[in-house]
Every structure is written in C-alpha cells, then in structure tokens.
Design a protein around this ligand. Structure first.
Ligand SMILES: Nc1nc2c(c(=O)[nH]1)N[C@H]1C(S)=C(S)[C@@H](COP(=O)(O)OP(=O)(O)OC[C@H]3O[C@@H](n4cnc5c(N)ncnc54)[C@H](O)[C@@H]3O)O[C@H]1N2
Ligand code: MOO
Ligand SMILES: [Mg+2]
Length: 399
C-alpha cells in the first residue's frame, strides 16, 4: 500500500489546464488572475493633495513671507486652479489636484486666518516646508505602463481596488473545473426525507458542495444507487461532461462496493487504490488522460472530508497557482496513534500569540460526523511514530 506522501505526489503529477474565462470585477474575488495588468496612467495620475489646508509657493515662504492672501478654493474633482500672484494661496482639499504655480500644502491645523476689508489671509507659523510637502506626486508610485499585477496573483479585496483603478470592469481569470459530486449507496435518502430505521440522510455531497460553492467552483450533485447497471450508465455520461468527478462511498471491500471495477471498465485509469492512512484507507484515484480526474473517497463522512480537503483541494489549488505556503500548527498535548499510518487528526485550532495551537478532537472514528462540530480542520500526522508530542508542529488543513 502506498503512503500518504506517495499518494499526494501521484495526484499532483496529474497536471490539467482548465483554460481561462472572463468574469465581472465584483465576482473575481478569490480567483486567480490569468493576465498581466499594467498601469493605464501614472500612479497617482496627477499631483494629489494629501492634507486639507492651504497651497502656497514654497519659494515665497522661504523668502520669509508668512501672510498669504486666499485667492481661491480648490476641491477634489475640480480641474486645477492657476495661482499667478506671489504671496497668494488657495485653500485646497485632500484628493484635489495641486493648483498650478503652488507646490506645497500647509495643513489647516497649522494655519490661522484673518479677515481684513473683506479679504481673507492665511497666516503661517515657522515650519519646515520642504518642496511638495503634503503632495503625492504624479507617477511617484508607478509610471504609466508599469506592471502592477502579475498573472497568477490571487484576487483579494486590495487587488480588486487596483483592477478598478485601471478601469477593468471585467477580468481574465483561470477557469475552474466543472465538478460532479456524487454520493453512492442504497442506504442514503435526501436531506428532506425521513429515513427508515436502516437508512441515513446523505451528508457527504452537501458538505462538498458547500465547500466548493464557497470557492466559486461550479458543481452539480448526483446520487447513484449501489447498482452496477445504474453506475455504469450514469457514470459514463458524467465522465464525459465534467472535468473532475468526486465520488463518495462504494470503494472498500463490500459486495456492493462496485466503484473500482466500474470506473476501470469505463476507461478511468487507476493510479492507486488504498493509502496507508486513517481515515480514508480505501481511497481510489484515477484519470482519463489528463482530462477527467476521478477522486473516489471512502464513504465514511470524516474519510470523505479528510481526503477531499487534503488531496482534492490542495491539488485543485496547485493547478491554478504556484504552490502556496502550508500552515503549521502546534499540538497542545501529546497524542498517541499506534498504527503505522499517516493520520488526519481532527483538531480545533486557535491562534495564541501568533502561534496556531491545535487541540486534538479525535472523535469516535470516521463515522462520527457529529464530531465535526468540535473541529476547525485536520492536522496531518505523518506515519513513522506512535507518539506525537505536545509542542511539535504539523501541517494544518482548515475546513
Ligand atoms: N472488510 C473491510 N471493510 C471495510 C474496510 C476494509 O478495509 N475492509 N475499510 C473500512 C473503511 S476504513 C472505510 S472508510 C469504509 C469505506 O467504505 P466505502 O467507501 O465502501 O463506503 P460505503 O461502504 O458506501 O459507506 C461507508 C459508510 O459511510 C456512509 N456513507 C456513505 N456515503 C455517505 C454519504 N453520502 N453521506 C453520509 N454517509 C455516507 C455509509 O452509510 C456507511 O456507513 O469501509 C470500511 N469497511
Ligand atoms: O479509515 Mo476508514 O476511512 O473510515 O475508517
Ligand atoms: Mg463499502
């Protein structure tokens, strides 16, 4: 049986390209930019005033002038006022273009005003007034044409501000895979049905769908019975329509666990079946060329979730962008696990003094789904030891 690390490497060696698509700017958050974005103008595009106050010529001030006649007002959004006369000033607001002729702004807090014969004067104290004080000079951040965002950047709220500033109401992003999420099993009924004594409601598909929805990944849910004919017929259609097929259940040793056999029959090449891990040992993975990728997760809810999070999500994200930094968390207590298997420990993680602390919440096996209420994610404990000590750090995968 292969190790967790081998399984991960095999999965990550399957490279796919889902292409690009254009989306509305306000819907681009979380997506991966598929084009380089340059400055359409200088940044800032004009000499931008950064403090409300009065704009003067530093030349006048440095000659000893302290009293300036106010000859105008300049608000943000107005074209530049020209200041022609020496020893005059304009009142100017943050965000306005600096008037022509003036070169520094003195904050209102440092100015006294006097009125004489209907004329208004700004009286300034002794100050250090370097040229362009309180002015954000045109092009001082970036010049027109410079690259602001590289292809492959993840679009976050700040990136959206940059894209908006350069006038991009639509953005090219990496396309996401079309995903089919399929539960299998005769014992499963819909969420809004009342199960008989020997039935349960399906939870795996909703769990995965919700997670994919949060990531904007388009997905469609299906349910298939443990019936070879139905599986053959429906899966052959689904495999042609989707980029990724996520299955849960039907991959272990039971007499109704038909998936491994049927998937191979339908031309899905098996890359592995069973991984030295808990939970999720019977995990099956395969693909049709580099086009349709199939993750068949063991049906127990914690197994499905751990495999979905650790294998599928990590793989999907690595197809879209350069590898991201993995997060480590520190065990808050010793944890012992005897079998020589990789272990996805359910944990609740909190951040204390900048350190992620992981408290084990192992629950009662991979079918104890109510334990999910206690956890924030999985801590991956690699095989090869039986006691994982307090303060040791391991990779953490949040839900
Ligand atoms: N003889 C052996 N039996 C089992 C082994 C083994 O190695 N030898 N492995 C066990 C392990 S570990 C797991 S995990 C399960 C995996 O089983 P399957 O993938 O075949 O899944 P099922 O048999 O269909 O279901 C298992 C369990 O999970 C529940 N389930 C399934 N789908 C859903 C769903 N969508 N929502 C909620 N719950 C679901 C199902 O009712 C079963 O209780 O096999 C062990 N057996
Ligand atoms: O290892 Mo199985 O995944 O449920 O317990
Ligand atoms: Mg089974």
């Amino acid at each position: 049986m292969i190790s967790v690390e081998e399984a991960r490497n095999i999965i990550h060696s399957v490279a796919v390209d889902w292409g690009k698509e254009e989306v509305e700017l306000h819907e681009s958050i979380g997506r991966v930019l598929a084009e380089e974005v340059g400055a359409d103008r200088d940044f800032p595009p004009f000499d931008r005033v950064t403090m409300d106050g009065v704009a003067i010529r530093s030349e006048d001030y440095n000659r000893g002038q302290r009293r300036f006649e106010c000859v105008g007002e300049q608000y943000a959004g107005e074209s530049a006022l020209a200041v022609q006369e020496a020893n005059t000033c304009i009142e100017i607001m943050t965000g306005a273009i600096l008037g022509e002729g003036v070169d520094v702004v003195v904050r209102y807090e440092d100015v006294e005003f006097v009125e004489e014969e209907g004329r208004r004067f700004a009286v300034l104290p002794e100050l250090e007034i370097p040229a362009y004080k309180n002015v954000h000079l045109q092009g001082s951040d970036h010049q027109k044409g410079e690259v602001l965002l590289k292809e492959g950047a993840i679009i976050h709220a700040g990136t959206v501000a940059i894209l908006a500033t350069v006038g991009m109401s639509r953005v090219q992003v990496k396309a996401l895979p079309k995903v089919a999420v399929i539960s299998t099993g005769d014992e499963l009924v819909d969420v809004n049905e009342t199960p008989k004594d020997f039935q349960i409601r399906k939870s795996n598909v909703g769990m995965i769908q919700a997670s994919l929805k949060a990531l904007n990944v388009p997905c469609q849910a299906f349910h298939l019975m443990d019936d070879k004919e139905e599986l053959r017929l429906e899966l052959s259609k689904i495999l042609r329509q989707f980029d990724v097929v996520l299955l849960s259940g039907g991959v272990s040793k039971g007499k109704a666990d038909y998936l491994p056999e049927i998937l191979e029959e339908l031309g899905v090449v098996k890359h592995f079946h069973c991984v030295a891990q808990r939970p999720g040992k019977p995990f099956w993975f395969g693909s049709i060329a580099n086009e349709t990728v199939v993750f068949a997760f063991p049906g127990n809810p914690i197994s499905t979730l751990a495999c979905y999070r650790y294998y599928f999500l990590e793989w999907m994200q690595s197809q879209l962008k350069e590898s991201k930094q993995m997060i480590e968390a520190e065990l808050t207590e010793d944890f012992s696990f005897k079998p020589d298997l990789g272990y996805f420990l359910q944990v609740e993680v909190s951040c204390v003094d900048g350190v992620f602390l992981a408290t084990p919440k192992p629950g009662n096996g991979s079918g104890d789904l109510a334990n999910l209420a206690e956890i924030s994610g999985f801590l991956y404990l690699p095989a090869g030891k039986s006691v994982y000590k307090k303060r040791e750090r391991y990779f953490y995968f949040s839900l």
